[in-house]
Design a protein around this ligand. Structure first.
Ligand code: ADP
Ligand code: MG
Length: 250
């Protein structure tokens, strides 16, 4: 689904991503691990359009998507989760889901003049969808809760929920499990697995928790110093000498 070819992203003279090449297969839950500063988040930012590459290419389903802005990628079904912005924290969980761009056809001039009925219809279907998403994520009881009042883990679930309001194909998750308690981590893990199995989502996820990675991800890609160091099952990665060295070296 995604091919990254010899990607570079430099900051001044510093090579945060230094010739990374990798593939994310359709239908996989691919893990991305590596020591702090390896360039994982920068790589995600380039793939998801938040940062232009210095050089190299990102291909999605055969199409060169290098440097396309996030909203264009969004419409192609390539999403990354974002933290709930401060200005949305006083809105309810349900409202947060309904606010996702692209989940409605928008207020065209035609709609504004003639389509009142259609807009009401759309809003009703949006509401229904938001409630289905909350149900899927087992947080229906929080639908009227303000997003700002959620725990860290519940916020992560809501972030994941926002990807379900549109037709996502591939979702990039940057440390969704960080600082989340075990129970919620399992809920998040189950949601990811179900989205993968039942809705055909492809995932690529950066994570530090090796148990969480091992339970969900195959394959696992290891990055160090801006490059891809290894790729394999979690067992292969854990037994790889170069990988062990890279972790010990930091
Ligand atoms: P990881 O997510 O693997 O921990 P990052 O991609 O966040 O690593 O960072 C890789 C390196 O790039 C780090 O040394 C970081 O300080 C540097 N870096 C990241 N973003 C910027 C930036 N906007 N300007 C300068 N340096 C950056
Ligand atoms: Mg990071």
């Amino acid at each position: 689904m995604i091919e990254v070819e010899n990607l570079h992203r430099h900051f001044g003279g510093f090579r945060a991503v230094d010739g990374a090449s990798l593939k994310i297969a359709t239908g996989s839950i691919t893990g991305l691990v590596g020591p702090n500063g390896a360039g994982k988040s920068t790589l995600f930012n380039v793939i998801a359009g938040a940062l232009p590459p210095t050089s190299g290419r990102v291909i999605m389903d055969g199409e060169d998507i290098s440097g396309l802005p996030p909203h264009v990628l969004f419409h192609k079904g390539l999403l990354r989760t974002f933290q709930i912005a401060h200005e949305f924290s006083s809105m309810s969980c349900r409202e947060n889901l309904m606010m996702v761009p692209g989940s409605q056809s928008g207020e065209t001039l035609w709609n504004a003049w003639f389509g009142r009925g259609r807009i009401a219809e759309e809003e009703a279907s949006l509401l229904k969808k938001a409630d289905e998403v909350l149900d899927f994520l087992t947080i229906s009881h929080l639908k009227d809760e303000k997003a700002g009042n959620l725990s860290g883990g519940q916020k992560k679930l809501l972030e994941l929920g926002r990807t379900m309001m549109v037709d996502a194909k591939v979702v990039f998750l940057d440390e969704v499990g960080a600082g989340v308690n075990r129970t919620l981590l399992n809920t998040i893990g189950d949601a990811i697995k179900r989205l993968n199995e039942e809705r055909g989502y492809t995932f690529c996820m950066i994570e530090h928790d090796m148990e969480f990675i091992g339970r969900l991800c195959d394959p696992v890609i290891v990055m160090a110093e801006g490059k891809v160091l290894a790729k394999g099952t979690i067992q292969e990665i854990k037994a790889n000498e170069q990988v062990i060295e890279a972790y010990l070296g930091t």
